[in-house]
Design a protein around this ligand. Structure first.
Ligand code: ZN
Length: 178
C-alpha cells in the first residue's frame, strides 16, 4: 500500500469530468482502493474521489458515518455511481475537502438521496443515505464531474479558513449568513 499525492485546488484534474470504468479488470482497482483508503485515513478525510489522487475514474470511497463504530472504520467504495435525490428537502452545513486543505464552506445539499453503483467485485449496489452520509456522497459524486464544493456555496461569504469559521460562524449558534 502507498500514500498517494493529493491534487490541490488549481490542478486541472479536479475540474475535469472523469471516465466510467467499463472493464473492472482493466485497472488494478483493488490496489487503487487500498492506496486511496490509506491516503484518506492518513489525511483524516471522510471521503476521497479518484481525481483527487490524479486518476480520471468514476469512483470514490468514503467512511460511512451511519455504520461506523469507534473501533472499526467502515469504508465504502462506489464505482460508476449514479445518485438521485429522494425528496427536495435540502440543508446547509459546513464542508471541507482534502483538495482544499484548511478551508470550510457552507454548502446546501439534498437531505435524502438514493444511489446505485458497482462494488469492487462488479456487483450492483443500491442504497439510500441521509444527513452526513448523503452529504459525503453528493460531495464525492461532484468530484467525478469536476465540481468542487466552492462552486456550490450557500452564500459566497460562507467560506474561509477553518479556524476562523469555527470562531466566527459556528459559535454563532445556528445563525445563517445574511
Ligand atoms: Zn472533496
Amino acid at each position: 500500500m502507498a500514500i498517494l499525492k493529493i491534487a490541490k485546488l488549481g490542478h486541472p484534474i479536479l475540474v475535469k469530468k472523469t471516465n466510467e470504468i467499463n472493464n473492472l479488470n482493466e485497472v488494478d482497482l483493488k490496489k487503487i482502493v487500498f492506496d486511496m483508503s490509506e491516503t484518506m485515513l492518513d489525511a483524516n478525510g471522510i471521503g476521497l474521489a479518484a481525481p483527487q489522487v490524479h486518476l480520471s475514474h468514476r469512483m470514490f470511497l468514503y467512511r460511512n458515518p451511519d455504520i461506523e463504530e469507534a473501533v472499526k472504520i467502515n469504508i465504502s467504495v462506489l464505482i460508476n455511481p449514479l445518485i438521485e435525490n429522494i425528496s427536495n428537502e435540502t440543508e446547509d452545513d459546513w464542508e471541507g475537502c482534502l483538495s482544499i486543505p484548511g478551508m470550510l464552506g457552507l454548502v446546501k445539499r439534498y437531505k435524502h438521496i438514493k444511489y446505485t453503483a458497482l462494488d469492487l467485485n462488479g456487483k450492483q449496489i443500491v442504497g439510500e443515505a441521509e444527513g452526513l452520509h448523503a452529504r459525503v456522497i453528493q460531495h464525492e459524486f461532484d468530484h467525478l464531474n469536476g465540481i468542487l464544493y466552492i462552486s456550490r456555496l450557500s452564500h459566497k461569504k460562507a467560506f474561509g479558513y477553518s479556524e476562523e469559521i469555527e470562531k466566527f460562524w459556528k459559535k454563532a449558534t445556528n445563525e445563517k449568513p445574511k
